[in-house]
Design a protein around this ligand. Structure first.
Ligand SMILES: NC(=O)c1ccc[n+]([C@@H]2O[C@H](COP(=O)([O-])OP(=O)(O)OC[C@H]3O[C@@H](n4cnc5c(N)ncnc54)[C@H](O)[C@@H]3O)[C@@H](O)[C@H]2O)c1
Ligand SMILES: [Zn+2]
Ligand SMILES: [Zn+2]
Length: 358
């Protein structure tokens, strides 16, 4: 067996069809201000599942040959010229949006709204690989006191945090549409932040149970119960104060709009499709605020993610599957089954995979 040490294992979108492949690719070079991270654990995102399934968004966005993945934790193994503050051996995660540093929002410190952001594992090679190279300005130092696997999900935990902390929820009634991993983590944060009722809707009992374990005070399976009846049962009179749309469903968004108090605030995280029709008449007459949420604030959100865990927030139950990355197909199966929270893939034994002649 010939072994080429300029190559590494990576999960690659290697075809114009469903699926991905673990294959050998070139190890990325370290440039000015870059940090090279040896990946220890990764998590599968809904985005990775879309790339796997090869939906319309993926077809128009993902170049064939791309290494996917953007949720990870690892260890610094090399730093390029110009890097300050990181050294080999540091335990790190990273922000998946590489921003331009030059547009107005970047200059004003609102990197989450950079107009030229490039996504790790979407527009450039990602983290489902033995090594990832990213600019040092995207690297987040991890603390040994926080479990490593939690850092592997800081990206979606960050979406949940950025959304849940967008509006004051102390003593308020919160509706979360969609009990996916992000909705469940948002439920945990809303409850931790002092919300009174945290009502989570979905059609999937497995996921609604997870939402309950994380912090939802009431879950609603919309196949079995009417949201309006539940609101009455729990003594709500005027509608939800804060809504978090985390399903990407038009029906969910309209249901939320119709059940907010006048002047209520809605955060939109779920990705709606091009044809979503929204009842703007109700939005206008009821004075409802709609706020689009993209990514995470850098580094405001990351700081709060860390300190909330240190303050006692527990999101660990969202991790439902832990697998060896050599079994990545099983990881995607679990995500596709609808009976999972987050799936963590461990890269510790990747080098036991047999290298064919290269
Ligand atoms: N804006 C951003 O930066 C950003 C980042 C990450 C993810 N997202 C999006 O956020 C959403 C949540 O992510 P996730 O990984 O938790 O998603 P997910 O797809 O795992 O979960 C969505 C859940 O919504 C449920 N659902 C579908 N229709 C519903 C309805 N009418 N009412 C209530 N629930 C309904 C589904 O059963 C599913 O459990 C997705 O749409 C994702 O694409 C956005
Ligand atoms: Zn993600
Ligand atoms: Zn920018």
């Amino acid at each position: 067996m010939a072994y080429n040490d300029s190559k590494m294992w990576a999960i690659v979108k290697d075809r114009d069809d469903v699926g991905v492949t673990m294959k050998r690719v070139e190890i990325p070079n370290v440039g000015y201000n870059d940090v090279k991270i040896k990946i220890r654990k990764t998590a599968i995102c809904g985005t990775d599942v879309h790339i796997y399934q090869w939906n319309d968004w993926a077809k128009k966005t993902i170049p064939i040959g791309l290494t996917i993945g953007h949720e990870y934790v690892g260890e610094v193994v090399e730093t390029g010229p110009g890097v300050e503050g990181f050294k080999p051996g540091d335990f790190v995660s990273g922000e998946g949006h590489i921003t331009c540093g030059k547009c107005r929002n970047c200059l004003e410190g609102h990197k989450e709204n950079c107009k030229n952001a490039k996504g790790v594992g979407v527009n450039r090679n990602g983290a489902f690989a033995e090594y990832l190279v990213i600019p040092s300005s995207n690297v987040w130092p991890c603390k040994k006191s926080i479990p490593e696997e939690l850092y592997a999900i800081f990206d979606p935990y960050g979406n949940a945090t950025h959304t849940a902390l967008s509006y004051d929820v102390l003593g308020e009634d919160v509706m979360i549409a969609g009990a996916g991993p992000i909705g469940c983590m948002a439920a945990a944060i809303a409850k931790f932040s002092g919300a009174r009722h945290v009502v989570v809707t979905d059609f999937n009992d497995y996921r609604l149970n997870l939402a309950k374990e994380l912090g939802a005070t009431r879950t609603v399976n919309l196949n079995e119960e009417k949201l309006e009846d539940v609101m009455k049962q729990i003594g709500m009179k005027e509608g939800f104060d804060v809504g978090m749309e985390m399903s990407g469903s038009q029906a969910a968004l309209n249901q939320m709009i119709h059940n907010m108090k006048h002047g209520g605030k809605i955060c939109l995280l779920g990705l709606q499709n091009d044809h979503t029709t929204v009842d703007l008449e109700t939005v206008i007459f009821n004075g409802i605020h709609l706020k689009g949420i993209y990514g995470r604030k850098v580094w405001d959100t990351w700081y709060k993610m860390t300190t909330m865990i240190e303050a006692g927030l527990d999101i660990s139950k969202i991790i439902t599957h832990r697998i060896d990355v050599r079994d990545y197909e099983k990881g995607f199966e679990a995500m596709l089954s609808g009976r999972s929270g987050k799936v963590i893939m461990d890269w510790a034994h990747i080098n036991e995979l047999e290298v064919k002649d290269e």
